[in-house]
Design a protein around this ligand. Structure first.
Ligand SMILES: [Zn+2]
Length: 205
C-alpha cells in the first residue's frame, strides 16, 4: 500500500491536453488527498477528496464517452450494410407518424428495411435521425436534438407537411416521456421546444 501511495505522490502530472474542467465530470480533480485505491484500477492516487477515480481512469471514462456512437440527424452517413436504429417517418394514420425502428437504410434514407414476421419489409418514408448501436436506444436529449436538427432541412416537395408531422410527433413523444418521469425531463422538454424557433411550413395540406 505504501508503495502505491508513494507512486501516486511522485507521479508526474500528465500532459495529455485534458484540463481539470474536462475531468471533473468524470470523477477526478487535482488535490493533495491521497486515495489508497481507485475503484476502477485499484491503484493509489492523489487528487481532490471528492474524487471518484484516479486521473488515468477519468481520462478513460472521458474518452469512452467521446467515442460512443451518437445520434445523427437526417440520413447522411447512415451505414447501408448493417442494421442501425432510426426514428423513421412513416406517416400512416393507424400508427404514430414516426417509429423507432431497427433495420437497414437505403442510400437516400427513404426506404428502411425491417424484419417483420421473419420477412424483410421495406418501409417507405424517411430517416429523421439514427444511431449505430445494438441495443434499443431510449429517448435522450441527444436524440431529441438530432430530430429537431432534421426539421426544415429538406427540399422535398412534401417537406413542409412532413416536418410539421415530425414536430408534432416529437412534442407528443417528449410529453409522454416527461409524464413517465424521464430522468432528464426538463432537458428533453427544452430541447424539443427549440423546434418552435425554426422556420418551416407548418401548413398541412
Ligand atoms: Zn484508476
Amino acid at each position: 500500500m505504501a508503495s502505491s501511495l508513494t507512486r501516486a505522490m511522485s507521479a508526474p502530472i500528465p500532459d495529455d491536453g485534458y484540463s481539470t474542467g474536462d475531468l471533473v465530470p468524470h470523477g477526478w480533480a487535482p488535490g493533495g488527498y491521497l486515495c489508497r485505491a481507485c475503484p476502477d484500477c485499484g491503484e493509489g492516487y492523489s487528487g481532490d477528496k471528492r474524487c471518484r477515480r484516479c486521473r488515468a481512469c477519468a481520462v478513460k471514462s472521458l474518452e469512452a464517452r467521446r467515442d460512443r456512437p451518437q445520434w445523427q440527424s437526417g440520413h447522411k452517413g447512415i451505414p447501408t450494410d448493417r442494421q442501425v436504429w432510426a426514428y423513421f417517418y412513416v406517416g400512416t394514420s393507424d400508427e404514430d407518424d414516426v417509429l423507432l425502428l431497427r433495420g437497414v437504410s437505403g442510400e437516400d434514407g427513404e426506404v428502411f428495411t425491417v424484419e417483420h414476421e421473419g420477412k424483410p419489409w421495406g418501409r417507405d418514408g424517411h430517416v429523421v435521425c439514427w444511431i449505430d448501436v445494438e441495443e434499443r436506444p431510449t429517448l435522450s436529449v441527444e436524440a431529441v436534438e438530432a430530430a429537431v436538427a432534421s426539421l426544415g432541412t429538406r427540399a422535398f416537395y412534401y417537406s413542409g407537411g412532413v416536418d410539421h408531422a415530425v414536430e408534432d410527433w416529437l412534442h407528443r413523444e417528449v410529453l409522454r416521456a416527461v409524464a413517465d418521469g424521464h430522468q432528464d425531463a426538463p432537458a428533453i422538454a427544452a430541447a424539443a421546444l427549440k423546434s418552435r424557433e425554426l422556420k418551416f411550413s407548418r401548413y398541412c395540406g
